[in-house]
Ligand binder design. Structure first.
Ligand code: B12
Length: 179
């Protein structure tokens, strides 16, 4: 919990661990870029997800849409491997026409006009509302829970600490109950 963004630090180290023991990478050149990388290492993750056929890009919300999780997922990194791959000519994943883009675009315009992009921290619940429009047809179990939402939008370590503590207490009572 000492890192300025403990979740990003955890993701970087767990991906590195997974790759170090991945047999498919043995003897192959590969390169990992994380969504937090900047400068010459920057990758536009939404474009990468769309090009890889993982998710569709919504022009109204500026978020990617996964066929199962809707917009409730994060894009953490891109791994390129020196190996034959699928054709790059495949069309990008199409956004399902759920009749929500106009409503989302309208809210995005209002948020931008109200200066919400500049006042990100104060207006994060409005941004959750925007994402929730896009998620209306997604099974509720994929929606981020309250702590997850607050952490992802505010990046406050205290929120993450609270969520981890609640999880640990839950596990402890489950273990005590099962003993
Ligand atoms: C910079 C950035 C932002 C900036 C965007 C500022 C801006 N005007 O461009 C700010 C801080 C506002 C932002 C907010 C959020 N972001 Co953001 N962001 C990024 C980041 C680091 C780079 C995007 C970028 O600059 N691309 C390059 C430019 C040239 O591409 P572009 O196609 O022209 O535009 C992109 C963005 O700029 C954005 N965009 C363009 N115009 C506008 C206007 C507004 C008002 C906003 C909000 C976004 C936006 O849409 C494109 C998406 O890539 C990516 C990670 C990555 N490495 O890709 C995450 C990323 C796109 N963000 C993400 C998320 C989830 C969010 C937030 C929900 C907050 C959060 N952390 O949970 C909010 C979303 C607001 C919303 N749409 O509802 C996710 C998207 C996941 C998904 N399912 O699609 C990413 C991929 C990060 C991740 N680890 O998963 N983000």
């Amino acid at each position: 919990m000492q890192a300025s963004n403990p979740l990003d630090a955890y993701i970087a180290s767990s991906i590195a661990d997974a790759l170090s023991s991945c047999p498919a990478l043995a003897g192959r050149q590969h390169q990992l870029r994380l969504s937090t990388d900047t400068g010459t290492r920057f990758v536009n993750m939404c474009q990468a997800a769309s090009a890889a056929g993982l998710a569709a890009y919504s022009n109204a919300t500026h978020l990617c849409w996964h066929p199962v999780c809707g917009p409730w997922f994060a894009l953490r990194g891109v791994l390129t491997i020196d190996a034959p791959g699928p054709s790059l000519d495949a069309p990008p994943v199409a956004l399902p026409d759920l009749g929500l883009e106009a409503e989302a675009a309208d809210l995005m315009r209002r948020l931008q006009a109200a200066g919400a992009v500049q006042r990100w921290q104060d207006t994060w619940r409005d941004w959750v509302q925007l994402r929730s429009i896009g998620a209306r047809h997604t099974d509720a179990r994929w929606t981020y829970c309250a702590d997850q939402l607050e952490y992802h939008y505010t990046k406050q370590p205290s929120v993450l600490a609270r969520a981890v503590q609640a999880h640990v207490s839950q596990l402890a009572s489950a273990c005590a109950g099962g003993a």
